[in-house]
Design a protein around this ligand. Sequence first.
Ligand SMILES: Cc1ncc(COP(=O)(O)O)c(C=O)c1O
Length: 395
Amino acid sequence: MNNKRWPLMGETITFSDRLKMAYFCLTANRFTYGEKVKEFETKWNDWLTEEKYGKHNSLYVSSGSTANFLLVAAVIEKYGLKPGDKVLLPACTWMTNVSPIIQLGLTPIFCDVNMQNYSFDLDEAKLIARKHKDIKLIFVTHLLGFPAENSKLKEIFPKALIIDDVCESHGCKDETGNRVGNLSLGATFSFYFGHHMSTIEGGMVTTDNIDLYDLMRMKRSHGLARESLVFKMYQDLSPEIDPQFIFQTDGYNFRNHEICAVLGISQLDRLSSMVDKRRSNYTKYVEIINNFPDLFHPHEYIEGNSSFCFPFICKSKELNLKMKDKFNEHGIEYRPVVAGNLLSQPFLKNYKMETKRKIPNAQIIHTQGVYIGNNHFVTHYDMEFLSEIIGEINV
Ligand SMILES: Cc1ncc(COP(=O)(O)O)c(C=O)c1O
């Protein structure tokens, strides 16, 4: 039990969610992946494309991490990427955005991030594009609920494929007002506790490419041809094998199950309102940050955000410690900004950032950054209180 006055996140599973799961448990005949999963996937497609036209295909999987892995594995197969092919990655993201690239034999090229939306620093990306003309894939992370600038990346790397990790940014919008993930070659979402909505564990991978979708359907379920939209074609190609057990591609078991899908369907009804509340809190947060220019790196309001948390990038390490002391004093739970500079983590100690800067932003975020929770439980009064306690910090 978390006794903090302001925890990173509260439990979002309501009594009504619980009733729906309980009813399902008492009445269902099938609990493994089935009709409820399909219903959740269809409803997710509708939600993603709700505000702008799009045509998307989604697969509900066991987590945001397995969504990332599945997407990268399918992109490699469909687009014929070879071992060692280069992939552009940000130095600040979650580890399981980077891991599949390495685990699946590709070469990560790490780019520094910018201090506004914490996605790629575009000046650095331009330098990298000159040095590495053969980057095949860009795995963008839309971090902390902020949409990254994919259209600018497309200009810098016109030949590269682009996929999106939206695991902590459900409902953020690109510059044309599209929900990020709609119109994407591939996008992933996490429904872990603390995210904009929860299915306890779970993730979604979506694509606008029907062949990629079909491949992911099979890979999600052991590589079985019977999952394919063109099952008949595969049967005809392997008439000597029992149709139910034709393994058409290498696969995994990344499926999720019916009870979590029931919860997902229930939570999805509230997702837009949860994003709206987070966005409204974020507006106040931007005001607070910019009231204290001596304490924090400035932050301009980012249109299209679906704010995940409130990051504070302090002007010095000492200020960072003072902030944490304040948070401790007032029962405000905090944590590093995602995983800090990933290249400082033991797992990636043999990799380096392809940057020319002496002081990369990722390192500043690593040593001077801290974030506290934003969610639909945070009230106007909490935000006033936050402003007050920050005002108590002497520079
Ligand atoms: C950017 C990013 N990618 C991937 C993940 C992994 O999601 P999951 O915890 O559902 O595996 C997370 C988790 O928070 C994340 O923040």
